[in-house]
Design a protein around this ligand. Structure first.
Ligand code: TRP
Length: 325
């Protein structure tokens, strides 16, 4: 084990899908063996856009942690905790807010994009603008050297680095500039070829039942240019093929078969569904096992919360001292 520390988090959106798995969790499960990892349920972050209805945050958090455990995130290796249980996140958020230039936040590409894209709720809020400030607090409290994030979060991480420099410039070298831990992750398309996302309703869960997998694979968009199975196929850009690349080790062969008109879409989908069911089945079983004892997940969060608090309290002590509080 190196002494390098990692922090990452996810907003509790409920049960997780294959996009979460291939985009983050698979990697989280691997790096817990080589780094000191802190994995956080970002439940306060869930408030930044879903402030009007908070009724599902708690349940969604537990559901998410159960999925983490399902894919092998191990509480004996990584600290699994809930942001809202470690109040230092709020304290550092407040301090960082004081030195956060509005321009930096308003220029953040994710901010501009979501403000424009999301019409269903009013995001003209101070907390939403401050999303990267809270995220910086999450990372800096643990002096994490590395933050495994997807590309969509790189702008937020850059913000953390910039605010660290500004903080250290004002108050002395207290905080550590974090680095992104970019590992190879796969982009997972949704059933409709857009990015897989709960809000698009195009996802397949990590612990999806066999019936659902079969049903969902059938709905995948297929090549409109192919009328007969013997017509030439177009695997590049085909969702079914994109999933073969993830689940079928002979995907190159499938590519040739498709191009050569040697296999029809129906059969190709059927084979994909079989491969995907074989993948999800152990997860379904593990999840069902874990669901029998939800209190155990709560206990893991409580214990993780204690470990995280101990680290956060130390850093906060240094920060208060640096600011003469
Ligand atoms: N913003 C991240 C996401 O939506 C979640 C998150 C919150 C996070 N705090 C973090 C990720 C700290 C990495 C580090 O995916």
């Amino acid at each position: 084990m190196t002494n390098k520390r990692v922090l990452s988090g996810m907003r509790p959106t409920g049960r997780l899908h294959l996009g979460h798995y291939f985009g983050a969790l698979k990697n989280w499960a691997e790096i817990q063996n080589n780094y000191e990892c802190f994995y956080m349920v970002a439940d306060w972050h869930a408030l930044t856009s879903n402030y009007a209805d908070t009724s599902e945050i708690k349940e969604n958090s537990i559901d998410m942690v159960i999925d983490w455990l399902t894919v092998g995130i191990n509480p004996n290796k990584a600290v699994i905790f809930r942001q809202s249980e470690v109040k230092e996140h709020a304290e550092l958020f407040l301090i960082l807010s004081m030195i956060s230039p509005l321009g930096w936040l308003q220029r953040c590409p994710t901010y501009k994009e979501q403000l424009k894209e999301i019409q269903s709720k009013d995001l003209n809020n101070y907390g939403f603008l401050g999303y990267p400030v809270l995220m910086a607090a999450d990372i800096l409290l643990y002096k994490a050297q590395n933050v495994p994030v997807g590309e969509d979060q790189l702008a937020h991480l850059e913000y953390s680095r910039e605010i660290t420099r500004r903080f250290n410039n004002f108050y002395g070298e207290v905080l550590l500039e974090p680095q992104a831990l970019l590992t190879k992750t796969a982009r997972v398309p949704g059933l409709d070829k857009r990015k897989m996302s709960k809000s698009y309703g195009n996802s397949i869960l990590i612990a999806e039942s066999e019936d659902e997998v079969v049903k969902k694979v059938k709905t995948m968009y297929t090549d409109p240019l192919r009328i007969k199975a013997t017509d030439e196929g177009h695997p590049d850009g085909c969702v079914v093929f994109a999933f073969h690349e993830l689940f079928n080790k002979d995907f190159e062969k499938r590519k040739q078969e498709c191009k050569g008109g040697c296999i029809g879409c129906v059969k190709c989908k059927k084979e994909l569904a079989d491969l995907m069911c074989a993948f999800t089945k152990p997860f379904v079983e593990k999840r069902n096992e874990l669901l029998k004892d939800k209190a155990a997940a709560e206990k893991i969060l409580a214990e993780g919360g204690k470990k995280a608090s101990a680290v956060a309290a130390e850093t906060m002590k240094e920060i208060r001292k640096a600011l003469h509080f």
